[in-house]
Write a protein that binds this ligand. Structure first.
Ligand code: PEP
Ligand code: MG
Length: 583
């Protein structure tokens, strides 16, 4: 038995079997070699081919056992490719001429052959290109000591253990079978963590060395509430956690049973509680958790679909589906917010930036790609006739940028009218306040839009200069840093002075410790992962605006995150007994 501590990224407790996921994306190294190294590189190539032959042998045996003719033929074709004298001699020649490492040579040689076969126009040869692709990938994986596995297809329930997953991996995994996530890397506000919470999959991230400490098939207790994993627990620990798990499930059921009640404070103020979603299919969960609408639909996850589809139509259908599904409740769709940890190769190319978090992302990307931006706006305005839509722009950093955005909006409306399209021209427009410069100038920005939504995930990142996905500095990612709270207060006051509502859609909105502070500062609405809504509602129903103002006032005088958190924790513990379950 071994216990490891990480970052609690998505709550819940699961007990299950480990499945180790190793990334199968190829990142090909490039090094120059000397003439003396040619022989050893050729030897490495031969060894990798032998390892590939062994893998194919296993597949051949399985195909034989299953009497699967297609599979048998495929393996046979791959074996032939593996020994193809043309391919092998081409690799040897290129190695001698280019004097680069064997991984790069295999990659380039196979790509040249694949391109040649693909452009031949001959169906048979084009199919052979697929074989070369598969075989060369296996050889490269063996050269780089990687395993190929997929997350889309499991025959039994698993807890996925990995170095890290991209949001697109998390999106595509088999959610019926993946019961928990435990990663070496990642922070609470990373998009993979956000997706885990959306899908209600318990997750512990930032474990640093979990991939080195477990084997496939090990039993894991994963406690997403406390950020703990226990590898191969003894009987006593297992029994204890089964009881805690049961208690947690009962608590969840109890909170869910409150979903029909309104979020009204003891002194009668109605607070808007909304859900954050990433995919249209989450609408059902938003309604089941008693949300007053969708406060943030992260539209960029739609863009993880390939570029070959007609994106305006695809988006239009997706937005329409969400709007109709929400039955006229407000739906705030945020325009494309890519970049940072949401890299989309078909849109951004494979050019890496030195500082992606501060780089060509989000609204900056859209303003430099009017084709993409306008297609999205057209889809939104057209979908707007099917429900109560609001459009929100991410990562605005100042008024000139906002003016530029508003100009494109006007152009799109003009073009839709000219085309005779069916669209709703009167959709409220809002912006996210998630960059400190926008918070500081929110008095100016507020005069130009219909609403604000505070994105604390990025606002904290940029205010404290702490990468939200980096486990090494996760201790600095402080929601209650006085600088963050002062910016939040400034934004709320500026919005109200300009007569516009302000809500919050960053993760702080769903943090039970923050509810009373935000209420006291005057926040109008909270938007969060749906499963959080019943708990936050329960808190709001048990406090009054007047007492929350006193608490917010006290807190704004405090000097540090730790002082504020300690104060809030002890106040909450006295008030509520349903908040935490101690292990
Ligand atoms: C935020 O930054 O707080 C936010 C809600 O946006 P995202 O997490 O998608 O960056
Ligand atoms: Mg953000």
């Amino acid at each position: 038995m071994q216990k490891m501590n990480g970052i609690s990224a998505s709550p819940g407790i699961v007990i299950g079997q480990v499945h180790i996921h190793r990334d199968d994306r190829l990142s090909i190294p490039e090094n120059s070699i000397s003439k003396e190294m040619i022989d050893s590189e050729i030897k490495r190539f031969a060894t990798a081919r032998e390892a590939t032959r062994a893998e194919l042998g296993v597949l051949a045996k399985k195909a034989e056992e299953d009497d699967n003719i297609t599979q048998k033929e495929l393996v046979k074709a791959h074996m032939l490719m593996l020994d193809d004298p043309e391919f092998i001699s081409q690799v040897h020649t290129n190695l001698g001429q280019e004097l680069k490492n064997i991984e790069l040579i295999v990659y380039k040689t196979s790509r040249t052959i694949i391109n040649m076969l693909k452009s031949s126009g001959d169906e048979y040869l084009m199919e052979r290109a697929e074989d070369i692709f598969d075989v060369s990938k296996r050889i490269l994986m063996n050269l780089m000591s990687k395993e190929t596995v997929s997350l889309t297809d499991f025959s039994h329930e698993v807890i996925v253990v990995a170095r890290n997953l991209l949001p697109s991996d998390t999106l595509g995994m088999d959610k019926r079978m993946v019961k928990g996530l435990a990663f070496d890397m990642g922070g609470k506000a990373s998009h993979t963590a956000i997706l885990a919470r959306s899908f209600e999959i318990p997750a512990v991230l930032g474990l640093k060395t979990i991939t080195a400490n477990v084997n496939n098939g090990d039993i894991l207790i994963l406690d997403g509430n406390d950020g703990v994993v226990i590898i191969n627990p003894d009987e006593k620990t297992l029994e204890r956690y089964k009881k805690i798990q049961h208690k947690w499930q009962q608590r969840e059921l109890h909170l869910l049973s409150l979903s029909e009640l309104s979020a009204e404070t003891k002194d009668g103020k109605l607070i808007k509680l909304q859900g954050n979603i990433e995919i249209p299919e989450e609408v059902e969960s938003v309604l089941a958790h008693g949300a007053d609408g969708i406060g943030l639909y992260r539209s960029e996850f739609l863009f993880m679909q390939p570029s070959s589809i007609d994106h305006e139509e695809f988006q239009f259908e997706s937005y329409k589906k969400v709007l109709i599904g929400m039955k006229n409740k407000p739906v705030t769709i945020r325009t494309l917010d890519i970049g940072g940890d949401k890299f989309i190769p078909w849109l951004q190319g494979d050019k890496s930036e030195e500082n992606p978090i501060l780089g060509w992302r989000s609204i900056r990307f859209c303003l430099s790609r009017h084709d993409v931006f306008k297609a999205q706006l057209r889809a939104l305005y057209r979908a707007g006739v099917y429900g109560n839509l609001r459009i929100m722009f991410p990562m605005i950093s100042g008024v000139n940028e906002l003016d530029e955005v508003l100009k494109v909006v006007e152009q799109v409306k003009y073009e839709l009218k000219k085309d005779g399209a069916n669209f709703n021209p009167d959709i409220p427009i809002g912006i996210m306040i998630e960059v400190p410069s926008a918070a500081m100038t929110s008095d100016i920005l507020a005069k130009k839009v219909d609403f604000f939504s505070i994105g604390t995930n990025d606002l904290i990142q940029y205010t404290i200069a702490v990468d939200r996905g980096n486990q090494n500095i996760a201790y600095l990612y402080e929601s209650f840093h006085p600088a963050v709270l002062r910016l939040i207060k400034l934004v709320i006051d500026n919005a109200h002075n300009a007569g516009i509502p302000v809500s919050m859609c960053g993760e702080v909105a769903g943090d039970p410790l923050a509810t009373v502070v935000l209420l006291g500062l005057g926040l109008d609405g909270y938007s969060m992962s749906c499963f959080r809504i019943p708990e936050i509602k329960q808190i709001i129903r048990n406090i009054s605006v007047s007492e929350s103002e006193v608490i917010a006032g006290t807190i704004m005088e405090m000097k540090s995150h730790s002082e504020i958190e300690e104060y809030l924790r002890s106040w909450m513990n006295e008030m509520f007994d349903f908040l935490s379950i101690s292990t």
